[in-house]
Structures are given as structure tokens and as C-alpha cells.
Design a protein around this ligand. Structure first.
Ligand SMILES: C[S@@+](CC[C@H](N)C(=O)[O-])C[C@H]1O[C@@H](n2cnc3c(N)ncnc32)[C@H](O)[C@@H]1O
Length: 273
């Protein structure tokens, strides 16, 4: 990833063979005795540091309730959105830049009987095709690392969230030591990595009309998780099927960069002013 000539969408889809993956998922689902659970699929569909256990911790901060209208902004293969819908009974609309990810996320929702409460569509965080004040809460996990215009993202989140609603993220921030190790899952080199520091992130959100209510530095939780990482599903499906053969090297660079404080991981919740 990170070739300057490649779009972010192309970078995420460079190694995806959507037909093959669809076939593999169908076969894997057919082989299970019942419906796949979130834990069964976590090695494939939880695309953030900490995997399912991070999504569970993040979900606890969101205060979601039955019927809440929720936006998952940058939903990837959809593990977090399906977890939120199933656990809290909310209705999730999920958008992602990559059409093949959206198709696979929808397939997994169909195959886990969650398509009544989670829907997926192609979309860009910087120009969302939703009415103003459509959602109670918008959240995003590990998406903004390639987005230069962060003010635009936070303004769009504010536009689509109702007055008094919330925005939450679980994101990577620039640490207080120079340059992380590359390649990282979102960038081959520094030119493709557009991280803000924690302070810059807070300032951008404040300026966009968001008031901080929860801030958790969860960097230290990453080390133990990397030691075991989410294993492949019982049918051998893993994020490597999506991200290609260098994914292990990227993950290892991320781990080193977090341990050496070149990167930080933060979960945060904001209230719309
Ligand atoms: C590391 S994955 C995280 C996926 C998901 N949030 C999760 O935690 O499993 C990053 C995702 O962000 C998406 N993405 C990147 N830039 C985006 C944008 N401007 N709008 C929508 N999605 C974007 C990518 O296509 C990719 O699916």
C-alpha cells in the first residue's frame, strides 16, 4: 500500500479477489453446523488492532440502545457493525470506500442473519450521502489514517448526527516519537500516512463542534493482543486473504511502532454541540 499513484480504495483492494473470497466464505459458512458467530469470523472481519476484544471494549463506551440509528463510517468487512447490531439491538448503516469490502460485508450479514439490522453501502466519509440529523451516533474505527481533510470528516459526522447525538472513534494517532516503521497496513511509507497527534485530533473535533466526553489511551492493550492476534477462522479465512502476503510484516511494524510510542491508539466519544 501507499503507492502515491494508487487511490486509497485501490490500496485496500489491491489483493482482493472478490469472487474467490465470496466462494471461500460461502463454502466456510456451508460447512458450519449453524450460523457463524462474531468470534468465528473475527480473524477475517475485525480489521483493527485488538480485533473482537477491542470492538467489545469500544462498544461498551458507546451507550447504544435498542433501535438506535447508528452509522459505521469506514466499515471494512463489517465485523464491528454486526457486533454492535447483534449486541445492542441498534440499526446500523455502514459505509465504506471499497465496493468489494461492502459486498463481502453484506454477504457476511446475510449469512449470519443480521441483514435486517445492518446494511452496507459504498460511500466516502468526506461526502456522505445521508440526510442531515439521520443518526443517533456515528462511529469509526481505524479509517482516517489516509484522510488528509480531517476537518471535513468531523464536519460530515456532525451533519449526519442529530443534535445532542454522539461521535466515537477508535483510531491510530501519531505518537510523540518520530516516524513509525513502514510498511504499515495503511501505508507503504510516510507519504501515505496522514496521522494527526492526539492534540491535533482534539483540536479538529472541537473546531467541528464536538465536545469530548470520553478519552482512553489504549495503546498498552495492543502488545499482548499482537502476541496472539485473531487466528484464522476454522475454515482458514483471515485478513491476509484481503491484505495480501505482506500483512504479517505490516502488523509487526505496527506492533513495534506502538511499543516505541511512534503511534498511539485512542478510543474516544464526543457529544454534538
Ligand atoms: C483498517 S480498515 C477498518 C475497517 C473497519 N472499521 C474495522 O474496524 O473492521 C479501514 C477501512 O476504511 C475504509 N476507508 C478508508 N478511507 C475511507 C473513506 N474516505 N471513506 C470510507 N471508507 C474509507 C477502507 O476502505 C477500509 O475498509
Amino acid at each position: 500500500m501507499g503507492d502515491p499513484a494508487m487511490s486509497v480504495q485501490d490500496q485496500y483492494e489491491a489483493f482482493v479477489d472478490a469472487d474467490l473470497l465470496t466462494e471461500q466464505i460461502d463454502e466456510a459458512m456451508d460447512a458450519l453446523p449453524g450460523l457463524a458467530s462474531g468470534a468465528d469470523l473475527a480473524g477475517l472481519d475485525q480489521f483493527q488492532v485488538g480485533g473482537l476484544q477491542s470492538t467489545i471494549a469500544f462498544g461498551k463506551l458507546l451507550g447504544l440502545g435498542r433501535g438506535d440509528q447508528v452509522l459505521d463510517a469506514g466499515s471494512g468487512l463489517g465485523g464491528p457493525s454486526r457486533y454492535m447490531a447483534e449486541t445492542f439491538g441498534c440499526e446500523v448503516v455502514a459505509v465504506d470506500l471499497a465496493p468489494s469490502y461492502v459486498a463481502i460485508a453484506q454477504l457476511l450479514a446475510d449469512r449470519t442473519a443480521l441483514s435486517d439490522t445492518v446494511t452496507y453501502q459504498v460511500g466516502d466519509l468526506t461526502t456522505l450521502a445521508f440526510d442531515t440529523a439521520r443518526f443517533d451516533l456515528a462511529y469509526s474505527q481505524h479509517v482516517v489514517m489516509n484522510i488528509c481533510d480531517r476537518a471535513r470528516v468531523y464536519a460530515e459526522m456532525r451533519r449526519v448526527v442529530k443534535p445532542g447525538g454522539r461521535f466515537a472513534f477508535y483510531d491510530v494517532a501519531a505518537g510523540n516519537k518520530p516516524e513509525p516503521y513502514f510498511p504499515l497496513p495503511w501505508a507503504e511509507h510516510g507519504g501515505g500516512s496522514l496521522l494527526l497527534t492526539a492534540e491535533e485530533t482534539l483540536a479538529a473535533l472541537d473546531q467541528a463542534g464536538w465536545t469530548l466526553s470520553v478519552w482512553q489511551d489504549v495503546t498498552a492493550d495492543a502488545g499482548p493482543w499482537f502476541a496472539q492476534r485473531s487466528p484464522a477462522t476454522s475454515q482458514g479465512l483471515h485478513l491476509t486473504s484481503v491484505m495480501g502476503p505482506r500483512f504479517a510484516e505490516m502488523a509487526s511494524n505496527m506492533r513495534r511502532s506502538l511499543i516505541e510510542e511512534k503511534l498511539w491508539l485512542v478510543m474516544a466519544v464526543f457529544q454534538r454541540r
